[in-house]
Write a protein that binds this ligand. Structure first.
Ligand code: DHB
Length: 391
């Protein structure tokens, strides 16, 4: 009698043990998010800002969803798109991440989009800003901005402020092409002329020859887009070549007067008018709290627009995971669409149709505040959708 009962009991006990263990084991499983950023190389400031902002968001908002701990797996792609794609593939296949995030430059985002589509992994673009990125995969959600959003607003401002002749200077890759096209179209529509469109390479740009051309052309204004991290070198050369003294007014997207570098740009930056979605000087209680906490956690570092893209990107992922109860894939994607919240930059919406961010675009002027250079907002266009989607 003992014989048959024992194995039955043992089996039952073992079964119970397994049953008891399973949910416990699942509860211990972390929810992994793959964060791919340029932590080294030319775009390293983008990586540093976003990584710090992601850590801050998790520290402030708890790192657990549906009883599971959120774990961010950070990989450095050195802004090499082949590397980005390889790392994203590994994160999906080996680490089984529920979401991919980061993407410092457009080529990195574009290289990864097919992986998001094939694996049905939501991919949150926190930095890259070419309009077309959200169309490269139905799994892309963006929390940064688009160059058309920023460029149309500054073209409007220029036309309304007596500027009739402008030369453009952009970084020669996708976001630069977007900036040039949307600035020029709107500026021409408003009756302006553009005698020359200049471009510099993304890698190791040399501003001397293009600035010489600008001097010769003597436009009323020079419109500039350069990716985050190149603004300080550009401003230095702009001053060294005496363009500020020659009466060429500098206007730009806010990438050029990047908060990460602005404090060290010197007085040549004073008075530069730009349009963008974020300034560390944005006056709202939410932003004041954000800037203070970011500085405290990062040795006084001032957050820039990349940091805000990372901070809001984590918000979109964490709130999405709460709604999907920790599920990834299409459930998580659906829970990201349509999120509305107050960002440090102001109110934002993740457009459910386009998966792109709808946000306020500010016109700002570089001024000294308490002895430090800031982009001080003086005008705003509310709730701007990406103009690139209308084409
Ligand atoms: C991109 C990169 C930047 O650093 C920036 O400021 C804007 C756009 C990009 O590659 O998309």
């Amino acid at each position: 009698m003992q014989g048959p009962r024992f194995p039955f009991r043992a089996a039952l006990a073992a079964g119970l043990a397994v049953a008891a263990l399973l949910p416990a084991a699942r509860a211990q499983d972390t929810l992994k998010i793959g964060l791919v950023l340029p932590m080294t190389g030319q775009q390293a400031t983008t990586g540093r800002q976003i990584d710090a902002a992601v850590k801050l968001y998790l520290a402030q908002n708890g790192a657990t969803v549906a009883g599971r701990k959120i774990e961010v797996v950070l990989k450095d792609d050195a802004s090499n798109p082949d590397q980005t794609r390889r790392l994203a593939q590994e994160l999906v296949v080996n680490d089984k991440v529920v979401a991919l995030a980061g993407f410092g430059i457009t080529p990195s985002a574009m290289a990864t989009a097919p992986i998001a589509t094939q694996s049905k992994t939501p991919m949150v673009v926190m930095a890259a800003a070419t309009s077309a990125i959200t169309q490269a995969s139905p799994f892309v959600v963006r929390t940064s901005f688009t160059l058309p959003q920023a460029s149309v607003s500054i073209a409007e401002w220029a036309a309304k402020n007596g500027i009739k002749k402008a030369v453009t200077l952009v970084s020669d890759y996708a976001p630069g092409i977007d900036a040039e096209r949307y600035f020029v179209d709107r500026f021409l529509l408003n009756g302006g002329t553009v005698p020359e469109k200049l471009r510099t390479p993304l890698r190791a740009p040399d501003f001397a020859p293009v600035l010489q051309k600008v001097r010769d052309l003597a436009p009323q204004a020079l419109f500039v887009f350069l990716p985050s991290g190149q603004g300080a070198a550009f401003m230095k050369q702009f001053a060294e070549r005496g363009l500020d003294k020659a009466g060429v007014r500098l206007i730009a997207t806010g990438d050029v007067t990047d908060d990460d570098q602005l404090a060290d740009m010197g007085d040549v930056a004073l008075g530069v008018v730009t349009s963008h979605h974020y300034s560390a000087a944005h006056k709202s209680p939410a932003n004041q709290k954000f800037v203070e906490a970011f500085r405290k956690a990062n040795n006084g570092l001032r957050p820039n627009f990349m940091a805000v893209g990372g901070y809001d990107g984590m918000r979109v992922i964490v709130e999405g995971l709460k709604a999907s109860k920790g599920a990834g894939g299409e459930a998580l994607l659906a829970a990201m669409k349509g999120q509305i919240f107050e960002s440090p930059r102001g109110p934002v919406l993740i457009d459910a149709q386009t998966r792109d961010i709808v946000q306020d675009i500010y016109i700002r002027k570089v001024e000294k505040v308490d002895g430090q250079l800031y982009n001080v907002e003086f005008d705003v266009q509310k709730g701007v959708k990406d103009p690139g989607k209308a084409r």
